[in-house]
Design a protein around this ligand. Structure first.
Ligand SMILES: NC(=O)c1ccc[n+]([C@@H]2O[C@H](COP(=O)([O-])OP(=O)(O)OC[C@H]3O[C@@H](n4cnc5c(N)ncnc54)[C@H](OP(=O)(O)O)[C@@H]3O)[C@@H](O)[C@H]2O)c1
Length: 332
């Protein structure tokens, strides 16, 4: 199989480093791999297979010869450099929120809407981590019984904010255990031994950016404007792995055992039963979205409740992006 000339932009970050591992594990065909990050990392080397690859700086012309660029930086870097990468001939898969809701940009979870990739015009967006795991668990139920309303509370780990937040939780935990007052610098309040019911800025109606992403991305990925998502998103002092308590109201009645049967065959899902429920510490390094605590409401209510846990750095980000790359690589 012909290898591709590939670039990872944001290669030194939590998601970028995970991408390197996943590309190697899955044997993604690569003829040349280029790594980019900010100026502070220029010249650093990262191991890939038997090589040590040097991290380069983003500059005009840097994407010449690159066929596929996986972006895993913040919104502004994607907005500034993804169009440049496209102009220089690369197809971009972007992890940031910069382009997700743009008409004409496919927003793809490969197990759910791979056909949207047929319309790709050089830029594909990777959904938000909390959206990916929720929809992977919700979609088999939606296909069988049409989900009308979703009530979700999230418990999101600090790795979802990147490497600085990981360091902040480490430092604050150490400070508090030593009796020192912690200083917040990434989050607006202390995160260690606490939780924060705010992920992103609030809009005038009081919804956070993360809550809005969950609702809007769900509509776009499922091609369904009727589905309503009522989210409360919460940052918790867990390093890695997002958890979600999801309540679904369906048009048709589905029992808990029917939902379990559906989920037991669903791609990308690991069903867990009884007291063997999913925990964030168990999802680290795993590809599947773990689903447990499945239960139903009263007969006339058409309610199902689930507990959904996934590794936000893998299926929530790097793995989903690599799966998209696998689907588009043969057409490049
Ligand atoms: N973490 C998650 O669970 C998750 C899930 C879904 C989507 N995402 C999205 O993925 C992106 C990366 O997340 P992350 O967690 O990996 O963040 P991170 O750990 O903070 O890493 C950010 C990366 O971007 C690079 N970068 C920052 N400013 C840059 C600039 N001006 N020019 C070039 N590179 C620059 C950094 O390079 P240096 O190391 O040199 O600073 C680093 O490689 C974000 O858009 C995030 O929203 C993350």
């Amino acid at each position: 199989m012909k290898g591709l000339s590939l670039a990872i932009v944001g290669a030194t970050g939590l998601v970028g480093r995970e991408m390197l591992g996943i590309l190697k594990e899955r044997g993604f065909p690569i003829s040349q791999l280029r790594l980019f990050a900010s100026e502070r990392s220029t010249g650093l080397t990262l191991p890939f297979k038997s090589e040590n690859l040097e991290v380069e700086r983003l500059e005009a012309g840097c994407f010449r010869g690159v066929e596929l660029a996986l972006f895993s930086t913040g919104v502004q870097v994607s907005l500034d450099y993804a169009p440049q990468a496209q102009r220089e001939g690369a197809v971009v898969v972007d992890n940031s929120a910069g382009f997700r809701m743009e008409p004409g940009v496919p927003l793809v979870i490969p197990e759910i809407n791979p056909l949207d990739l047929e319309d790709q015009r050089g830029l594909v967006a990777n959904p938000n981590c909390s959206t990916i795991q929720m929809l992977l668990a919700l979609n088999p139920i939606h296909q069988a019984a049409e989900v009308e309303r979703v009530f979700v509370s999230t418990y999101q780990s600090v790795s979802g904010t990147g490497q600085d937040a990981w360091e902040e939780l480490t430092k604050q935990s150490r400070d508090l255990l030593r009796g020192r007052k912690p200083k917040p610098y990434v989050y607006p309040h202390q995160i260690a031994f606490n939780l924060l019911p705010q992920i992103g800025n609030f809009n005038p109606k009081g919804h956070s950016a993360e809550e809005i992403k969950l609702a809007q991305e769900t509509e776009k990925i499922l091609h369904n404007q009727r589905i309503k998502v009522y989210a409360t998103t919460v940052r918790v002092p867990v390093f890695r792995g997002h958890s979600e308590a999801v309540t679904l109201q369906t048009r048709e009645r589905l029992t808990a055992s029917q939902a379990k049967e559906l989920l037991s065959h669903a791609p990308g899902i690991k069903l867990m039963e009884g007291e063997d429920y999913p925990l964030p510490i168990d999802c680290v390094g795993r590809d599947e979205v773990l689903v447990g605590r499945i239960r139903e409401g009263e007969e006339e209510e058409n309610i199902l409740q689930l507990w959904v846990v996934a590794d936000n750095l893998r299926k929530g980000a790097a793995l989903n992006a690599v799966q998209i790359a696998e689907l588009i690589k043969d057409k490049l």
